[in-house]
Design a protein around this ligand. Structure first.
Ligand code: NAD
Length: 492
């Protein structure tokens, strides 16, 4: 592996995300040699703590993710960590941070490369970005890089997202901003590009002539758990559709990029999103449905979860139909759905092909059941792989057909080696590769689409709760697709 030199500054460095995902992911990069001796990490948050305590906490986070905390590797790795008490809203604190950063830069010969990771509430993103620049924390060495990594959510509608982006743009250029969408770090999401553009068999059929519809399902088994106060303000449409689902859909819908580079891929994703039909009020109301889970046994319904108001109209489920107005997809809808407290936890894409124009096996005396549609399923998680459903002759003396499946599943041993999304994404940031991050134009088109649906929903009082836990959502999600004489491929 190529060693990358950099100073990491984590804002919100004592938070849940930092300990659970970010430090273990950095450790994996260290074990693989992407980080060696020329790196340092400054963790910041408001509380006071010394370096030793911080390093201990970092080693504990490594242990919690299955490493040995007392190994020489873990000790060496954590010796690169430093802690700085820092209130992000206090401009004077930034000059103290700058001194610490410059010192570590010299000590570890980091050549001025800096990665600012904002792992805290988005309301602070603008201030931090501004002070990083005004207080001189950004490296001025012209061969060095300054990169800003930010967590979701990126705004709560187009206007707030634009405001946030304008604030960030005062300090950072678009290519210096890495907006995390951790779904883009998942192995099988990245595999969509390999599957499409690496296979004649797939890409030559990848259009409205041969594909009847595409279904994307992000299903969660748990309820809101301890994220309720955040979630109740957001809901499934903002929390899952605007970002993860739109990103997946744009990878499925885009044209072939000129080359496999971040600029080329982004250009195609943006083009795809531009041809996504933004619904008027009437179409938004018919093409999107929402749900909120009820109670089961002694489990409370959503409105009786901790920190959820009893009259909450927040949706915990969304299903919808997306239409692209372009030559490739006109007439081929994308159906999406996501929700909490559903039957199982998984992410999958089902590509449903058209049936043969003529079913020659369906002559009058034939006992044959009608031909099934070919379906290409991309399993994203928990199991990674593909499955292709074809029609074949049954193995007997008569002549009838049955659907069979060609499966490729990444085996358990191999999938253990699959890098965690955050490891991959941090590696990409180190390389300066923006492929698996959402660019501003993508984010803004996605908000404009989602805002229309939100607008309609905010006008109507929903009939909640409307789905049973451990189902696949409300009846409305079934009606949405049945109306088009289709059905969800994954069903209970
Ligand atoms: P958290 O509440 O656990 O951590 C927040 C951190 O910010 C803490 O270290 C806290 O001390 C610090 N902080 C708060 N106010 C501060 C101030 N004024 N000055 C300095 N430091 C301050 O949050 P988290 O769960 O780690 O999430 C961080 C970000 O990541 C959020 O944007 C969240 O939406 C996003 N995110 C988190 C997860 C997750 O699994 N935890 C998943 C996806 C996205």
């Amino acid at each position: 592996a190529t060693e990358r030199k950099a100073l990491f500054l984590f804002f919100g460095g004592t938070g849940d995300l930092a300990y659970r995902k970010l430090y273990p992911s950095l450790f994996n990069l260290y074990k693989k040699g992407n980080l060696r001796s020329h790196f340092a990490v400054i963790g910041t948050s408001r509380q006071a703590m010394d370096d030793d305590k911080f390093r201990e906490a970092v080693r504990k986070s490594l242990a919690d993710s299955g490493n040995r905390a007392d190994s020489k590797e873990a000790m060496d790795f954590s010796s690169h960590f430093y802690y700085q008490a820092h209130d992000v809203t206090n401009t004077a604190h930034y000059s103290v941070l700058k001194e610490a950063a410059d010192k570590l830069d010299k000590k570890y010969k980091l050549e001025g490369n800096r990665i600012f990771y904002l792992s805290m509430a988005p309301q602070f993103f603008g201030t931090i970005a501004q002070d990083l620049k005004s207080q001189g924390l950004m490296s001025t060495n012209k061969d060095a890089f300054n990169r800003l990594v930010i967590e979701k959510p990126f705004g709560r509608d187009y206007d707030s997202a634009k405001q946030l982006n304008d604030a960030l743009s005062k300090s950072f250029e678009e290519e210096q901003i890495f907006r995390i969408d951790h779904y883009l770090g998942k192995e099988m999401i990245q595999n969509i590009e390999a599957l499409r553009f690496g296979n004649t068999l797939v890409e030559s059929l990848w259009n409205n002539r041969y594909i009847d519809n595409i279904q994307v399902t992000l299903s969660e088994k748990l309820g809101v758990e301890e994220r309720a106060s955040y979630y109740d303000n957001s809901g499934a449409l903002r929390d899952m559709v605007q970002n993860h689902i739109m990103q997946i859909v744009s990878l499925l819908a885009m044209e072939q990029p000129v080359a496999f580079t971040d600029t080329d891929i982004r250009a195609e994703k943006v083009k795809a999103l531009r041809s996504l039909r933004v619904y008027n009020v009437a179409d938004a109301a018919t093409n999107f449905v929402r749900g909120q889970y009820g109670s089961i046994n002694d489990q409370p319904d959503y409105r009786h979860e901790d920190n959820v108001p009893e009259d909450s109209t927040t949706e915990t489920f969304v299903a919808g139909k997306l239409l692209f107005d372009n030559y490739r997809w006109s007439g081929t809808p994308f159906y999406v759905r996501t929700g909490k407290m559903l039957a199982d936890k998984f992410t999958r894409v089902d590509v449903v092909f058209k049936r043969p124009l003529v079913d020659i096996f369906a002559f009058p005396q034939s006992q044959n059941t009608p031909l099934a549609a070919n379906v290409l399923t991309i399993f994203v998680e928990p199991h990674a792989g593909f499955s292709l459903q074809l029609n074949a002759k049954t193995n007997d003396a008569g002549f009838s057909t049955e659907p069979i499946k060609l499966d490729y599943l990444v085996d358990a041993e191999k999938s253990k080696e699959t890098p965690e999304p955050y490891e991959r994404l941090l590696h990409d940031v180190l390389k300066g590769d923006g492929t698996n991050f959402s660019s501003w134009p993508e984010v803004s088109y996605a908000w404009k689409f989602v805002d229309q649906i939100r607008r309609v929903w905010d006008l109507q009082e929903p009939q909640f709760p409307n789905y049973t836990p451990h189902s696949m959502g409300p009846a409305a999600a079934e009606e949405l697709i049945q109306r088009d004489h289709r059905e969800w491929i994954y069903r209970l």
